[in-house]
Ligand binder design. Structure first.
Ligand code: PMP
Ligand code: GLN
Length: 381
């Protein structure tokens, strides 16, 4: 058996969702919306199935979806992406991340990852025989320790994996931070893999800026999006990578050996979704921001110290003021089984020696569900 996979546990999202189900808890753990995505997109996917859209689509994606991805890059960020050679459609951003890492890393290379980190990054870097150099954001505001980031670069650095808006922190990297990162990438001639699945889930005044838009970055960045997040259809697993032709060609070769292609009816529906008017995207972020505010205010009232969350589905909170006799893992188990509210321990997003006093709550749920979760927590506390 592969030793690395033998040592890999079941993802914390699956573990906590199972516990949540078992105890009839409100699941504020795994990040998925509790309402369906836009009916017209779902209808388009169903229609495409009946319209004989059921054989292998092209390897890098249906031309109509690739054009829609390129057009969205132009519309939202002014990024000129070639619809034919600058886009590769994948089966979810999860596959896209793996494909980008496969495209760029050789055994012995170093990849810089930022903790707390999404759980698929580290195992894939290791499986490719590369070494992860970890840099930790610092609470209570999850700021980037610039000197430590600069020190993590070495002659072996091949890439930095940047997740903004970030899971689990909800951090949206600022123009200034991105400028600093871009400077380091240029100086060390390294690439960026940009996990931007939450690109449209950003709360004003925060604004999402793709690293790729910074001077010199277009040639060295691969930018990843996810229809699951952008259209509240997380089970669909349609992702897309945008970037320069030479890097997309490599990612496409990885994709060829991972899944080869992605369900054509879903691709067709996502193409329609990406062409939606600006109001759709503004309303999506607006509705989520309202939910972030409900949970943030409610958790603060209960005594949690919430940390800033400017984007994504998530807010993190320091549980120390609650004086719970246990760590974040025990806390999450306790609120799931006793209070009936599931959350995710933030220690699961660290490779080793994590902080043990932060938990992550997902707020992508209907307001009355969030109020009910807060009421349950209040009774338990
Ligand atoms: N990256 C991050 C940071 C995520 O939170 C997620 C969603 N779980 C993904 C990637 C994966 O997205 P997808 O469902 O499109 O594979
Ligand atoms: N990205 C989602 C989260 O962070 C979960 C994805 C998964 O279950 N693997 O909650």
């Amino acid at each position: 058996a592969n030793k690395l996979l033998e040592q890999t546990g079941t993802t914390i999202f699956t573990v906590m969702s199972a516990l949540s189900l078992q105890h009839g808890a409100i699941n504020l753990g795994q990040g998925f919306p509790d309402t369906e995505g836009p009916a017209d997109i779902v209808q388009a996917a169903a229609g495409a199935l009946l319209d004989h859209r059921n054989q292998y689509p092209p390897l890098t994606g249906l031309p109509e979806l690739k054009s829609a991805v390129a057009a969205a890059n132009q519309r939202f960020y002014g990024l000129p992406i070639d619809p034919a050679a600058g886009v590769c459609v994948t089966s979810g951003a999860t596959e896209a991340i793996t494909a980008c890492l496969m495209a760029l890393l050789n055994p012995g290379d170093e990849a810089i990852l930022i903790e707390p980190l999404y759980d698929t990054y580290l195992p894939v870097v290791k499986l490719l025989g590369a070494t992860a150099r970890l840099v930790r954001l610092e609470p209570p505001d999850w700021h980037l320790p610039r000197a430590e980031l600069a020190a993590a670069f070495s002659p072996k650095t091949k890439l930095l994996l940047l997740n903004s808006p970030m899971n689990p922190t909800g951090k949206v990297f600022t123009a200034d931070e991105l400028g600093f990162i871009a400077g380091l990438l240029t100086q060390h001639d390294a690439y960026a893999v940009c996990d931007e699945v939450y690109e449209h889930l950003v709360f004003p005044p925060a604004r999402h800026i793709p690293l790729m838009t910074l001077p010199g970055m277009a040639a060295r960045s691969l930018r990843i999006g996810s229809a699951g997040k952008t259209f509240s259809l997380t089970g669909w697993k349609v992702g897309y990578i945008s970037g320069p032709e030479n890097l997309i060609a490599l990612a496409a070769k990885a994709h060829q050996n991972l899944t080869f292609t992605t369900a054509p009816n879903l691709q067709r529906a996502v193409a329609l979704g990406l062409a939606k008017p600006d109001d759709y995207f503004t309303a999506l972020a607006g509705a989520l921001m309202e939910r972030r505010d409900i949970l943030n205010t409610g958790l603060q009232r209960l005594g949690f110290l919430t940390l800033p969350a400017d984007g994504s589905y998530f807010i993190t909170a320091d549980i120390s003021p609650l004086r719970f006799p246990g760590d974040d893992v025990e806390f999450c188990r306790a609120i799931t089984t006793q209070a009936g509210v599931a959350a995710i321990p933030v220690s699961a997003f660290y490779a080793a020696t994590p902080p043990r006093n932060y938990v992550r709550f997902a707020f992508c749920k209907q307001p009355d569900i969030l109020h009910e979760a807060l009421a349950r927590l209040q009774r338990w506390i």
